[in-house]
Design a protein around this ligand. Structure first.
Ligand code: FAD
Length: 485
């Protein structure tokens, strides 16, 4: 057994030791729960965007919290690093192992039970491997709403959502994953089970351990279960697409919509004309609701606790105020569920259209809403000066100050040549983020992709505090090493 490695310098298990480790794993989860053959492991080793493929000693597939805990204890004994994995839709290389082959991937996919739905307490308890869409459906079946919603919801897991503190399209009204969680069950880096599955709205009993594990990207422990907050289902909802001149007009529209709708404003998404062009190019069957070309569009959703008609009144008030303020040019309001879905389809197909177009350099940034227009103008100009012809794919959750500000290659330039300029492009974008006191990761996390960038954008004291927490909870550095810090 390898017990002499210092934290972070773990050797790859080999020979008889490797065989003993795998045999003990099989004793815990059965033969079917331990994958080692190349073809069996392959789907667990490549990130969603296909940018990186790692290696693993094995892929472990436990089916219960107890099995997770026993596997972690075994990994501690053999000093084997662990990469927790949910739906593998993360965008920052957090859930795939590195190229050393030293780590195991610990997939939570078989922990997929809805444990309890409690509409009276407006809470539900689920296994961490439950797919987000299944959680939404289980809540709906009890007449409730679980509002976390993102384009990857058919594949991503609740454990992954909490570990990345996912955002999505309804943060404006309901908050991000952290705000939707009441309690957690966690297997610690030592293999102990912390049962924090409490459904309390108030609990001021010292340090908040729940909040420590949320957003930790699997670097502090493994989330195996969660108590989630439920909400009343809205009685009506209406969606509109609004055409505008500029991001500044979109920011004005946001204020008008907030004034008119208050908490009923549940979605406010910005999309540039170029984004919609890409979508129509790659998905020509999708509707073109506004013929007139405008530089920017906003997708606006209002939900009402009364009726569709009430949601309609609120949207009308918003659009009337925007027209008289010259904040918008044109708008369509969906008059059926199918039309509303058609509008949301445009927004949700942007990442897919980008992927079909070719490689691009992604930035998931947040800024104070009041500075977004200045940031876009200054950064678009700086990129055009240094990388003539590059294409900016700018869209995002404007209501939360969150932009997906992605940069694609000029026409005719190869992906490889373009990706070689990643550092210079990141430097321009992140300089703008710094100038306006924003964040280099709004909702996707840090993973391995932004680990280096983090060191330039967090203060020394913040980094030192984060390292102290990591060392205290995971002194052997076995939990997702090389991610975040
Ligand atoms: P994974 O990718 O498997 O893992 C993500 C991280 O969490 C890794 O570091 C992993 O080690 C860790 N982890 C996973 N499960 C556990 C666990 N049980 N315990 C401890 N650590 C764990 N994100 C948004 O926030 N908003 C969006 O709007 C959004 N849209 C997206 C659209 C598309 C098309 C795609 C592909 C992704 C999108 N994402 C978005 C990113 C991604 O879907 C989210 O980060 C999601 O929360 C990841 O969940 P997952 O189960 O796939 O996690």
């Amino acid at each position: 057994m390898n017990t002499d490695g210092a934290p972070g310098t773990v050797a790859v298990l080999a020979g008889a030791e490797r065989a003993r480790f795998l045999q003990r794993c099989r004793a815990i989860v059965g033969d079917a729960g331990v994958l080692t053959a190349g073809a069996d492991c392959a789907p667990f080793l490549t990130d969603w965007r296909g940018r990186f493929t790692g290696l693993a000693l094995a892929v472990l597939r436990p089916a219960s919290t107890t099995e997770v805990a026993e596997l972690v204890k075994l990994c501690v004994q053999f000093r084997v690093p662990i990469v927790p994995q949910g739906g593998r839709t993360g965008l920052v290389l957090g859930s795939v192992p590195d190229a050393s082959g030293a780590a195991v991937v610990l997939s939570l996919a078989r922990l997929n039970r809805i444990r309890r739905v409690d509409p009276v307490n407006r809470a539900m308890t689920v296994d961490a491997g439950c797919i987000l869409h299944d959680v939404q459906q289980a809540a709906a079946a009890s007449g409730c709403l679980f509002p976390l919603s993102l384009a990857a919801e058919g594949s991503c897991s609740i454990g992954g959502n909490l570990s990345t503190n996912a955002g999505g399209t309804a943060v404006l009204r309901y908050g991000n994953a952290r705000e939707l969680c009441l309690g957690l069950e966690v297997v610690t880096a030592q293999g102990d089970v912390w049962d924090g599955l409490r459904a309390l709205r108030k609990d001021n009993t010292g340090y908040d351990l729940r909040d420590l594990f949320i957003g930790a990207e699997g670097t502090l422990g493994i989330i195996t279960g969660a108590v989630l907050k439920l909400f009343p289902r809205p009685k009506g909802a209406l969606t509109a697409l609004v055409a505008l001149d500029s991001p500044a007009a979109a920011a004005t529209l946001l204020l008008l919509a907030q004034d008119a709708c208050g908490a009923a404003l549940t979605g406010f998404e910005l999309m540039s004309h170029y984004c919609l062009d890409l979508v129509h190019q790659h998905f020509p069957a999708l509707a073109r609701p506004i013929e007139r070309a405008c530089p920017y569009y906003v997708l606006l959703e209002v939900s009402s606790s009364e009726s569709d008609a009430h949601a309609g009144q609120l949207i009308e008030q918003t659009l009337a105020a925007a027209l008289s303020d010259h904040a918008c040019h044109d708008a369509v309001v969906a008059s059926s569920l199918a039309q509303a879905k058609g509008l949301w389809d445009l927004r949700e197909h942007i990442p897919l259209a980008q992927a079909r177009q070719g490689k691009n350099i992604k930035h998931d940034i947040s800024l104070p809403v009041s500075t977004i227009a200045s940031f876009i103008a200054a950064t678009d100009a700086a990129l055009a000066r240094q990388f003539p012809g590059c294409q900016v794919v700018c869209f995002g959750h404007l209501g939360d100050g969150n932009l997906h500000y992605n940069v694609a290659a000029p026409a005719g330039q190869s992906d490889e040549r373009f990706l070689d300029q990643q550092d210079a492009i990141n430097a321009i974008v992140y300089a703008g983020v710094e100038q306006y006191q924003g964040s280099i990761s709004a909702e996707h996390g840090i993973g391995a992709l932004k680990r280096e960038a983090l060191t330039h954008h967090k203060s020394a004291i913040e980094l030192a505090l984060m390292r102290s927490i990591k060392t205290a909870l995971d002194p052997l550095n076995l939990m997702n090493p090389g991610k975040v810090l």
